[in-house]
Design a protein around this ligand. Sequence first.
Ligand code: SAH
Length: 267
Amino acid sequence: MLAPAASTPRPRPDGQAPTLDELVRAAGISLDPEHLDRLKRYRDLLFKQNQSTNLTAVRDLPSIERRLILESFRLIAPLRALPIINDVRPQSLIDIGTGGGLPGMVLAIACPDLNVFLLDATGKKVAFLDLAIGELGLGNVVTIHARAEEIGHRPRFRDGFDVVTARAVSSLPALFELGLPLLRVGGSLLLPKGVDIAEELAAADRAAEILGGKIVDTGMLPDLGSTIVTRLVVVRKMIATPSAYPRRAGIPARSPLGSNRIGQATS
Ligand code: SAH
């Protein structure tokens, strides 16, 4: 998997923690000053609003920078390395369960050529994202306030996206069921996961097959200074997902496909 050259940021002479500029540079990400400025404003908005609204469990600024922002940056290289679909580079991405905008908002700021859709079922999170999009003047991002199970059946969204991401939302089989219906054939799910996913993977292969997908990678992501060890599960949509999926709200997580506990969709 392609990865930008990354290095550990050198300690500052004043003994302070590295700034966001330094972290971004050390991660090998090159951002225009304008985009870096947007990223800082987003970080500040998320930090501030998170004091009064529960947007993320990550509360302090250094952790927001490393654990949320840098971790989201780790998806850029795999995103750029995705195959071309029908002669066109992947250009639309939906982030399922984006919460405060992770990783979707960071990817939208860093990749202005990408059309990003931020999906979340929780109104106050979507309200924050709408506010942030307005404050930052981002023209390549929109929010969707809905459940993935619901929009997966809307003609406007089904088969509509080149890439689906989801971070810290659900198990692999459930994410496959929520994400694969939204992808066009040839598109990819990019799912960052913890290191220990053996149990989830056991059911995941079968789930992918039922849904028209195939797991093509489960490798480690380059660290980029985020201090978290993460795998990236990449799933390619090979054929159309059967129309019975996704099942009703809550079922994909409660009765994950591919495990012994469940049956397949009933008609
Ligand atoms: N991705 C963010 C938020 C993780 S918390 C981060 O990494 O910080 C999980 C989020 O997923 C919550 O905001 C919740 O509202 C949303 N969510 C869970 N299930 C969902 C579904 N089926 N459809 C849409 N959003 C969902």
